[in-house]
Design a protein around this ligand. Sequence first.
Ligand code: FAD
Length: 457
Amino acid sequence: MSVAPARVSVIGAGLTGCLLACRLADAGHEVVLYDRRPDPRRIGVDEGRSINLAMSTRGLDALARIGLEARVRAGGVPMHGRRMHAVDGSLTFQPYGIRPEHHLLSVSRDALNALLLGAVDERPRIRTEFGRKLEDLDLDTGRLHFADGPEQDDTEQADGPSRGGGPVVGADGAWSAVRARLQRTRGFDLEQDHLEHGYKELTIPAGPGGAHRLEPHALHIWPRGSHMLIALPNPDGSFTCTLFWPLAGDVPFESLSTAAAVERVFATEFPDVLPLVPDLAGEFLRNPVGSLVTIRCTPWHHGSVLLLGDAAHAVVPFYGQGANAAMEDCTILLDVLAESSDWPAAFAEFERRRKPDADALADLALDNYVEMRAHVASRRFLAERRLERFLHRRFPDRFVPLYTMVTFTRIPYAEAVRRARRQDTLLRRLVSWGGIGLLAGAAGALAGVVRRIGGRR
Ligand code: FAD
């Protein structure tokens, strides 16, 4: 069983829209992919909005399904753990996992989008229309209204299925126009939480001969309690840094508005970064402050219209999962379409399966912000992570750290959270009893406890 071939309109040619268009075309559907922007491959990158993604299993698995995984891997930089920078310059390292394949891949979002657009171009069943900003749509007929006029109609579809009622997927990001239309339907719930911190990008340029000026195979973090700086490596030797800083409070983002103020903050908070960013103040003052939002909404579908990716469930970036989850959406949606006989039923089933995971991820991402900026440097946190790795090594199938489940498996997010809660109870008890010292002598006794936990998962 599978849904009948259709002409699907996909709004948004970002990561989700491009990947979905490719998957739908490969499944035999005709796709029209619209984006409000001109072709990003022709206009280049907005300064200060380049964004590096930490890609991991869910996203890479989804990309493998359209044959892109190897190319994404070839263009990314593996990061094997977190390198923490204390104010006094001392460094500590936390590996992401216990196996070499437990690493993240630092990938430029624009480069990945360009690669996906290339895959779109290779598929004759997809037609792409850039510069088409969706303003509204008719939920009953699926008719689209763009800023530059209504959808061109039947003349251009002479050889495709007819327009009326064709499925529409809103993959148009956190500020989705498709979602805005659904919002006007009875019973639509929307929760939109802005983080009290904004972000700004900076660049650490490559050193002599294109060498990285920090250790390349790590995600660097300068955790400072109420704020933090991170840096992700690029293949050209540079690092993309992101400063997360409070929007309000004693020293709000907007107060960092002069070269002196910026340099003062970096000299006190991130002294080891100061010499690495030659044009620190200039770049800081030029680049925009980005905002971060969590979107929870329901229903994600109305008849033959569906929200996907950030349009359905934008999350803050602190678990490095927004794009990974958006791409995994495409995998799950295609599975559901293959098992369904009609599009509206498939869209309803997709939300039933996926919504609990999107909600779990939203919470995880918010919690991880506190962890990254405040806890990663604490002794207790480090002891717990060491203990987790010990248990995972000793009982690889029964005790799997939450981070490993989220990042290096496709265990549904909500299930990973439930399983981690049970593991946490054990972990906290062990840490308060003496942690690793106790463990060294009591691994045998622990086996029974862990086996019982594993048996309940
Ligand atoms: P988008 O990327 O927002 O794409 C939406 C597309 O729709 C765009 O091309 C836009 O032009 C188009 N569009 C919008 N409105 C309209 C309209 N009205 N009509 C037509 N087209 C329209 N995720 C990770 O997995 N790992 C990370 O490490 C990570 N780091 C991040 C760091 C930062 C600072 C931020 C902000 C995000 C990060 N993310 C990360 C999240 C990731 O960027 C998003 O989850 C991902 O881009 C979502 O893809 P999308 O295609 O759903 O939406």
